[in-house]
Design a protein around this ligand. Structure first.
Ligand SMILES: C[S@@+](CC[C@H](N)C(=O)[O-])C[C@H]1O[C@@H](n2cnc3c(N)ncnc32)[C@H](O)[C@@H]1O
Length: 486
């Protein structure tokens, strides 16, 4: 494991040039990611599309084509002088301009000695104070060892005064020892040296924490993941954002945090009206103002709240002209809540005098249809360049990257896996609306293709649960019962 291991902790960003060159391109970046449990994979086609701007790590079979999505890249105009985090880097701990990296300190030193002086001169000037910090991941080292590492970098032509408090430039030496606490190597797998650029906006995760939120539901989305979704959707100030499966509105909170104007729909009347059974233990009754609007008010974002309405995602209420900048969704999988849509198997006409009080009946809404409707709706209602970001649950054994649902008007941007248990994962899928003149875009408004595996996900999930229960209850019975089930 060389670069790969580091990538799960620190993303190598915009690594277009070879670091083995005699001059190191200072547009290279290293970011420390705080999301260890999301891995980012792209299909080979997309990998090719981004190969100019991202590192493709190929030294581990399991992680072919593993590289950071472009959203994690820091814009090149982001200068070290600007010491504020870019608005959407909530999953980035810090970002560094990469000066060099190596499998050993010697490799790193060789590289650093080859950096073009002209390039680093502005940071080495006698007027520029600096400090060097040593960070280790996966192992603690002593203070003395840290000081020795810094002294070994004496050859760097940094001529300014050392200033520990608020220096002009901060440099980091980063050692990576892997993620397995049971097998920590003596020497690091990789060593990096870079100039600190900025810290991310990690504070947003605690700012919108669920424990302090006024209104939550059983399926409220974790703030970290909500912010990642808003980030992947590239939500910016003034964007119009829809969550068609809004629930308790967690995704709207994240989208509004990034400046979006937010709205949503949900089939569950009680949830939309904040009347569903309380979620917090010991709470008997919901407060009268426990609802999504109150959440946005709590975070000072009420002016970004448009509204939420009771509506079926299968029967969208929006006019053809209504276009969204982003659609973010956590559709129901049928595991923790039923998947239903309005409909009936019967044929009947409702008499006029009963129409106003009629409560429509519901039928089951299969995940394959849910995703198909979501993609078709997004193909028709996303602005060009707008993004759809949603979770796709998969049965691990069934899933391959080329089985991702597709739509002719939507280009797949990235897939990020979150493992849920030994047999199931969910993928965060990011798609972008293609220009009108793209091939097949106009003619194929309802052209979503959703693989069969999506339809059978729920059944397989529950079959696996039964299989486990049987194995626990009758450990010696082999798989006879299970085979009968399938
Ligand atoms: C996984 S939950 C979404 C949770 C939400 N992200 C949150 O943070 O609370 C899925 C939601 O989809 C809603 N839903 C189920 N079927 C629907 C349909 N046909 N149309 C619209 N919403 C539906 C459910 O009522 C549920 O609130």
């Amino acid at each position: 494991m060389t670069t790969l291991g580091v990538t799960s902790m620190t993303s190598l960003i915009s690594q277009a040039s070879s670091v083995g060159d005699s001059t190191v391109d200072l547009s290279d970046f290293v970011c420390q990611e705080i999301e260890y449990y999301l891995s980012h994979r792209l299909s080979p086609d997309i990998a090719r599309a981004f190969s100019d701007s991202a590192a493709i790590i190929q030294d581990d079979d399991d992680f072919d084509n593993f590289f950071p999505p472009p959203e994690f890249a820091i814009p090149s105009q982001f200068q070290p002088e600007a010491r504020v985090g870019p608005p959407q880097l909530s999953q980035i701990l810090s970002a560094f301009k990469l000066w060099g990296q190596g499998a050993t300190h010697e490799d790193l030193h060789t590289q650093l000695k080859q950096i073009s002086l002209g390039y680093i001169e502005p940071f080495c000037h006698p007027d520029k104070s600096f400090k060097v910090e040593v960070e280790t991941f996966g192992k603690k080292i002593s203070r003395n060892d840290k000081v020795n590492r810094i002294e070994d970098l004496d050859f760097l032509p940094l001529r300014g005064p050392i200033k520990l408090k608020d220096p002009d430039n901060i440099f980091h030496l980063i050692e990576y020892y892997g993620l397995d606490p049971n097998s920590v190597p003596d020497n690091p797998y990789q060593v990096f040296f870079g100039q600190w650029i900025c810290d991310g906006q990690r504070h947003l995760i605690t700012q919108i924490a669920l424990k302090d939120r006024k209104f939550i539901g059983n399926t409220s989305m974790d703030p970290k993941l909500s912010l990642i979704m808003a980030n992947m959707a590239k939500i910016c100030h003034g964007d119009l954002v829809l969550d068609p499966f809004v629930g308790s509105g967690s995704l709207l909170v994240a989208a509004a945090t990034f400046g979006g104007y937010v709205c949503g729909t949900d089939l569950d009347f009680l949830m939309v009206h904040g009347k569903a059974k309380p979620t917090r233990c010991n709470q008997k009754k919901r407060e009268p103002d426990e609802n999504i609007r109150s959440n946005l008010r709590q975070y000072g974002l009420e002016s970004h709240y448009l509204d939420v309405i009771v509506a079926d995602a299968a029967l969208p209420v929006w006019s053809d002209q209504c276009m969204f900048s982003a659609i973010i969704a956590d559709p129901p999988y049928g595991i923790r809540e039923a998947t239903e849509r309005i409909g009936t198997a019967k044929t009947y006409t409702i008499p006029d005098h009963l129409v106003s009080g009629h409560i429509p009946s519901k039928v089951s809404y299969n995940l394959q249809d849910i995703i198909r409707d979501l993609l078709n709706f997004s193909g028709a209602h996303l602005q060009v360049g707008g993004r759809l970001v949603y979770w796709l649950p998969v049965f691990k054994n069934d899933f391959q990257a080329d089985l991702v649902p597709a739509h002719p008007s939507l280009q797949l941007i990235s897939l990020s896996e979150q493992s849920l248990n030994s047999h199931s994962s969910r993928y965060l899928v990011t798609m972008e609306r293609l220009p009108e003149n793209s091939k097949g875009c106009k003619e194929n408004q309802n052209g979503a293709h959703v693989p069969e595996a999506t339809r059978v996900f729920r059944d397989k999930y529950f079959q696996k649960a039964v299989e486990r229960r049987l194995q626990t209850s009758y450990p010696d019975s082999g798989h006879t019962h299970i085979d009968q089930l399938s």
